[in-house]
Write a protein that binds this ligand. Structure first.
Ligand code: NAD
Length: 324
């Protein structure tokens, strides 16, 4: 028996578009909403005090018939060591025989699927169109969420960016200006200047258990959407109380995080994204609503994205075949 090993370079060499990833992630949410997935909440180990973690994230996605697990770790101190915050591996198994089929780098997939999940949330909860958007926290997730927003909203003219580290902000804006034509990128002087006037705000800074919010609820304009991927590390919790619709990507996972001390002041979301995508609960109902989607990142997102990567890699003959 052999399995396919895909390095990060192999995964990236497939050049899978954000649009294709948004499509499979949306399908994953639809299957989840229909009750066709199995996904126990993340389990974690913490080998050091602080925010360092290792999570095991298994999922089975019915219909697409994908069984996979991500083993993902993170440590915000890594940046000082010249290492990425988040790294990981994904294993795909044959859903019939359970034999391992592939093992692949999970960093690129984590970044892309998180942006894609947010784009799906924007499709259902966001404003119908967006002229100005904001990215707060200009690291790996800031980049992939920017790509996801520009993919979903084709009319974006202005992106207001903010990072507490000036070099990170400068690098982000410079890179984005080179990569995306016809869009104005503004390095905001502070978090307020980034957020005010934005139709959609992605926050991708640190995600501490007990946050010190630096974005005020009244900075999010009427009709706008907040799309945090940082476990509510940035926004005043009051915003989650005030928005007309608050959703998450998985109730059980949010309950697990609550049991660990996260989301202490956040009300229970009225729906999970799968329920909205499957049409069981409404998404945005009028242009004036302010909405918020707290996507923590779920194993279904990883499984469907890894499944797509595996399919494309097999078709293109990419990766090394290793004896099991
Ligand atoms: N929801 C998900 O599915 C998911 C998946 C992966 C990562 N994450 C989370 O997303 C966040 C970003 O992850 P990443 O991999 O992009 O990390 P990263 O380290 O690459 O980027 C984080 C950026 O935030 C900036 N920052 C720190 N404090 C800030 C502040 N007060 N204001 C503005 N910017 C600030 C840093 O300078 C850095 O540029 C983390 O909290 C991570 O845990 C969520």
């Amino acid at each position: 028996m052999e399995l396919r090993y895909l390095s990060r370079a192999d995964v990236e060499s497939l050049c899978i578009s954000m649009a294709d990833i948004i499509a499979v992630v949306e399908e994953g949410f639809r299957r989840k909403g229909m009750g066709e997935t199995q996904m126990p909440p993340k389990i974690a180990i913490h080998s050091r005090p602080g925010e360092a973690f290792l999570h095991a994230m298994p999922a089975y996605v019915g219909g697409l018939d994908i069984a996979a697990i991500k083993w993902v770790g993170g440590n915000e101190e890594n940046l000082k060591r010249g290492l990425p915050n988040i790294t990981g591996l994904i294993v795909i198994n044959d859903a019939e025989t359970m034999v391992p089929l592939a093992i692949m780098d999970g960093s690129w997939i984590t970044a892309m699927r998180t942006g894609a999940a947010n784009a799906v949330a924007m499709k259902y909860l966001g404003p119908a169109s967006a002229d100005t958007v904001a990215v707060v926290g200009c690291g790996v997730q800031g980049r992939s969420n920017l790509l996801a927003m520009l993919t979903h909203y084709t009319g974006i003219a202005r992106v207001q960016c903010y990072d507490v580290v000036p070099q990170a902000l400068e690098a982000f804006v410079g890179e984005a200006e080179t990569r995306y034509d016809g869009v104005e990128f503004v390095a905001a002087a502070g978090p307020r200047a980034a957020v005010e006037g934005a139709d959609v705000v992605v926050t991708a800074g640190p995600s501490p258990k007990h946050p010190s919010p630096y974005l005020r609820a009244d900075w999010l304009k009427q009709g706008a959407m907040a799309a945090p991927v940082d476990y509510m590390g940035a926004w005043d919790a009051q915003l989650a109380v005030e928005v007309e619709k608050l959703i998450t990507d998985d109730h059980a996972q949010m309950d697990y995080y609550r049991s660990k001390g996260y989301f202490a002041d956040i009300p229970r979301p009225y729906a999970d994204l799968g329920e909205v995508v499957a049409g069981l609960k409404p998404g945005r109902e009028c242009p004036e609503e302010r909405t918020m989607s707290i996507c923590m990142g779920i194993a279904v997102d990883d499984a469907v994205t890894a499944g797509l990567v595996y399919e494309r890699a097999c078709a293109a003959g990419v990766g090394a075949e290793l004896p099991l």
